[in-house]
Design a protein around this ligand. Structure first.
Ligand SMILES: [Fe+2]
Length: 508
């Protein structure tokens, strides 16, 4: 694993036919995925796995299966390649472009969008969490050009995990920190018809739904995703925070941006429930113990409650685990170092909506749903303290997206074992029975599982796709197709070139 986690990837720019074993004929489309693929340029190296330059790859199903991969031709990629060394800072790597200049030179901000593929209107973008996104052609993987959120809406950061409603509208959240007026979180929408004029970017049609003020002006919460029900956005304001003063001075102090994130275990976690149509937040003050969350699984409304599921951690050590000096340790050493890290746990929180502060009995559980042990207890000060129902240990969650914002039963994800390395198996979890089935193969590392529904399917489970790489050189990388009901293998498409380990993607 050490050999494949941080090796520089190869481009396969022309479609390469895969060796296919049994692919369902209805499976037509392209799975486009993103992740870090280049960890050194010239003699310079990145410090952190999430710093690697974006390498996009795709698996296209159209009577046969073809594979392609191309580096995202971001300005960051072009600048680094031209200089033959890393000249643009990333989250875990601070660099100073010109050694002749002093450190008070202004840094180029990265547009290395390595996390996910997202859609605004009919346009597809490689995205990370900065103010730039790079449009790509999802068929050829060519980079079309970059867009800057700040030309269309006042924000500095935006998530790489938007939501889509059934009409094709995209909803996302961002943060306005510096130079954009009063600091705040921003919720916005890009309408489905935003790409009517192909010469103009879909982002020009962006609409701000509302803003939410920071609880603490100088320490906004970091967030990687959010939840969406039919009527509400669910935003977790967690005590994993950005230190704005440290961020503003990091470059001059010679430390990386990552060092400006801090988990405050003594603080609380706050839940905001915001009406999508009116932009108004519920006035109830929901809170829970300190936690760290990166990924929401799903959220829905039931009998005047908002139910939402997240992958929660007890601390913020996950980010530290992905420093490359840690990831490339020998197995025994890695286990020793990382065994104290908190595991990712799926937790369900339930927020009662129609609560009258003055009438509600203090100290009693206000959750009336009978299929959960999650609690929401009215406190003396009128706030509501929430305790989760614990479901399963899992990360990189996915669902049948037709069930997004609806009551659902199954989710899929990667089971993270701290030994010897993460992502050794993928699993399907039944939330009702709290049981799971899993797929694994010796020395194989499957990526985040992606659910694809067959045409006309009404049930919640159908097929699962996962890009699998092996540390055994005799096993070619392959695109795995599983029956989503049983988690038994339906087929696989072997790729005759190296494939890199990725993060997230989209089936188009
Ligand atoms: Fe993510």
């Amino acid at each position: 694993m050490q050999d494949i986690i941080a090796r520089n990837g190869l481009e396969t720019p022309e479609p390469l036919k895969a060796e296919v074993k049994s692919v369902p004929p209805w499976l037509q489309g392209t799975l486009v995925r993103n992740g870090p693929g280049l960890f050194s340029v010239g003699n310079s190296e990145y410090n952190h796995w999430f710093d690697g330059l974006s390498l996009i790859h795709s698996f296209t199903f159209h009577n046969e299966v073809t594979y392609r991969s191309k580096y995202l031709k971001s300005e960051t990629y072009k600048s680094n390649t031209k200089a033959d060394r890393i000249v643009v800072s990333e989250f875990g790597t601070m660099v100073y472009p010109d050694p002749c200049k002093n450190i008070f030179a202004v840094p180029n901000f990265t547009d290395n969008n390595l996390i996910n593929i997202i859609r605004y209107g009919q346009d597809y973008y490689a995205s990370s969490e900065v103010n730039y996104i790079n449009q790509i052609d999802p068929l050829t993987l060519e980079t079309v050009g970059r867009a800057n959120y700040r030309n269309h809406i006042a924000l500095n950061l935006a998530t790489a995990h938007p939501h889509y409603d059934k009409d094709g509208n995209t909803f996302n959240m961002g943060t306005a920190i510096i130079g954009l007026g009063r600091p705040k979180y921003i919720i916005f929408k890009v309408p489905a018809n935003a790409s009517k004029d192909p010469k103009k970017p879909a982002l020009r049609k962006v609409q701000q739904i509302c803003s939410v003020p920071f609880r603490s002006t100088l320490y906004p919460s970091y967030f990687h995703s959010f939840g969406m029900t039919e009527n509400y956005i669910v935003f977790v304001e967690q005590p994993f925070k950005l230190d704005i003063v440290k961020l503003a001075t990091a470059y001059f102090r010679g430390v990386n941006w990552g060092s400006c994130l801090k988990f405050d275990e003594k603080d609380s976690t706050f839940f905001h429930v915001i009406n999508i149509k009116t932009g108004k937040a519920k006035s109830l003050h929901y809170h829970a113990d300190a936690l760290v969350v990166f990924h929401h699984i799903n959220a829905y409304e039931e009998d005047d409650h908002v139910v939402f599921d997240i992958i929660a951690y007890k601390d913020s050590n996950l980010y530290d685990m992905f420093y490359l000096h840690n990831m490339t340790k020998e197995t025994d050493n890695f286990i020793q170092t990382n065994k104290v890290f908190s595991p990712p746990v799926c937790q369900r929180f339930v927020l009662p909506l129609n609560v009258q502060k003055q009438d509600s009995p203090k100290g009693t559980n206000l959750v009336t749903l009978t299929d959960t042990t999650a609690q929401a207890v009215m406190q003396d000060d009128g706030s509501i303290y929430c305790k989760p129902d614990t479901i399963f240990e899992m990360e990189l969650p996915g669902i049948n997206y037709n069930f997004n914002a609806r009551k659902y039963r199954y989710f899929y994800g990667s089971r993270l074992e701290w030994s010897p390395h993460p992502n050794k198996q993928i699993a399907k979890v039944d939330i009702v029975t709290k049981t799971h089935v899993e797929w694994r193969q010796e020395n194989c590392y499957p990526s985040e599982p992606v659910f694809v529904a067959s045409p006309g399917a009404e049930e919640e489970d159908d097929v699962i796709l996962s890009s699998v790489v092996s540390s055994d050189p005799s096993v070619s990388p392959f695109l795995l197709i599983l029956n989503a009901k049983t988690f038994e293998e339906v087929g696989r498409a072997s790729i005759p070139v190296p494939v890199h380990i990725d993060l997230h993607g989209l089936f188009i």
